[in-house]
Design a protein around this ligand. Structure first.
Ligand code: AMP
Ligand code: MG
Length: 420
């Protein structure tokens, strides 16, 4: 039995990306586990994190200086009586319970402002003589004081499930006493590379053979996106063996194949998947590199479909095509499988350093060097031999995003940049 040929669906870059995002939005988060706060970086939060008390827990001075009643500073200079000193962490018993007219306390950054004071004057505007201090500036009510609970009220939500934990989120969790966090399990992502010419890294390649680099670049990208790579053996360009390995790959949470999706006679990936009753959402995107990229879904025990369908991508085999199409399409789906809340793709911008002339029709993601300093970022393409040129791409540090409808881009024009 032979399945009908796969209908070709070639989309614009933006449409293809939205197709992936629509599927990503419907993915249910995976199971969870609990990790130590120190191991939480890069993981995706699976529980809400709430404020366990008001933040700050007391009215906090943001300066070293004197806590005052702002009305006492109407006429300047004002001389006030210093009745106490309050350090950060001062015991509650040591803090005056009220501040009378004409009274002040010396206070340090991070210390609690006593009841009765409504502002802090910076030490720079004061001069101390014994238990008296002369103040030469007025303050507005509330100046240099963060009121109790102003950052977050007790019980309010600080972090929601779906957040990827970075240093800010980890600091917030630490500040409310969460030494362990419930996070989503890392999804398993199978990487299956295809091609009779491909040999393992440790093998001595024959004169026309190519070492497998795609499985390794994918492993890096999968890890960086929060997945657990599962490297499968290299599949030959032969349908039965390819099908067996695809079936194996479909046991993971996501299957990424590289190679075998172009129009060559031995590009068998789509044909084999079609035999397995796969659904195809697109079979190409108007981009370079990576035009033949394929996105679909297939049940493992196909055609019986014993297990729920697994998403797959067929990434074109040229190494830079594999890397770019992972970043543009596989990444958002994988992010959803990690439990992350959806995020739109955004680009940085830099001014073009050297003119680009290019054929129209495809949106291009070309290896480029981002340079300059501070607000003056510049970008220029690296010379390369096309999407198989890993060496040139290693000299680049980003991809310049070249619109599909521009033949020339002049020096100084703003160009979108996909960081790497
Ligand atoms: P394909 O997409 O199968 O037509 O492959 C396109 C190009 O990428 C060919 O030159 C392949 O030799 C090369 N290629 C495919 N798979 C890999 C791989 N795993 N590592 C390095 N190069 C590859
Ligand atoms: Mg091939």
């Amino acid at each position: 039995m032979s399945a009908p040929p796969v209908a070709s669906t070639v989309l614009s870059f933006e449409d293809a990306r939205r197709v992936v995002e629509d599927h990503a939005a419907r993915i249910l988060p995976p199971g969870t586990e609990t990790v130590d706060l120190l191991d939480a970086a890069g993981r995706v939060l699976a529980e809400p994190v709430l404020a366990d008390r008001d933040l700050p827990p007391f009215p906090r001075s943001t300066r070293d200086g004197y806590a005052v009643r702002s009305v006492d500073l109407t006429n300047l200079p004002a001389t006030l009586d210093v009745i106490a000193e309050i350090r950060a962490g001062e015991k509650r018993e040591e803090i005056p319970t009220s501040l009378g007219p004409g009274q002040t306390v010396s206070i340090m950054t991070g210390a609690p402002v006593p009841t009765g004071a409504d502002a802090v004057v910076m030490v720079e505007y004061t001069s101390r003589r014994g238990n008296r201090v002369e103040i030469t500036r007025t303050v507005t009510q509330g100046e240099n004081v963060v009121p109790r609970g102003a950052e977050a009220a007790h019980g309010s939500g600080l972090l929601s499930p779906g957040v990827r934990l970075n240093e800010v989120a980890v600091a917030l969790a630490a500040s409310v006493g969460k030494s362990r966090l419930e996070v989503y399990r890392r999804p398993r992502v199978a990487a299956l590379t295809t091609g009779d010419e491909i040999v393992e890294v440790k093998a001595v390649p024959g004169p026309t053979q190519i070492r497998n680099s795609n499985s390794y670049s994918l492993a890096v990208q999968i890890r960086r996106a929060g997945g657990q790579p599962v490297l499968l053996p290299i599949a030959p360009d032969e349908p039965q063996a390819l099908q067996r390995l695809i079936e194996k790959g479909l046991e993971s949470d996501l299957l990424l194949m590289t190679g075998g999706v172009s129009l060559g006679r031995y590009d068998l990936v789509e044909e084999v998947l079609s035999e397995m009753a796969a659904e195809f959402f697109f079979t190409g995107a108007k981009i370079q590199p990576g035009r033949p990229v394929v996105f679909g879904r297939c049940g493992a025990g196909a055609p019986a479909r014993e297990t729920p369908a697994t998403y797959f991508f067929g990434l074109p085999g040229n190494p830079i095509s594999t890397m770019v199409t992972f970043e543009l399409f596989a990444r958002p789906l994988l992010a959803a499988l990690t439990g992350q809340s959806p995020e739109k793709l955004t680009f940085l911008h830099a001014r073009l350093k050297r003119e680009i002339r290019i054929k129209t029709g495809l949106k291009r993601f070309l290896p480029a060097i981002l340079s300059g300093e501070f607000e003056n970022s510049e970008v220029e393409l690296v010379a390369w031999q096309g999407s198989g040129d890993i060496a040139a791409t290693a000299r680049a540090n980003c991809y310049a995003v070249i619109p599909a409808d521009h033949e020339t881009i002049a020096v100084g024009e703003w160009v979108a940049v996909l960081p790497r």
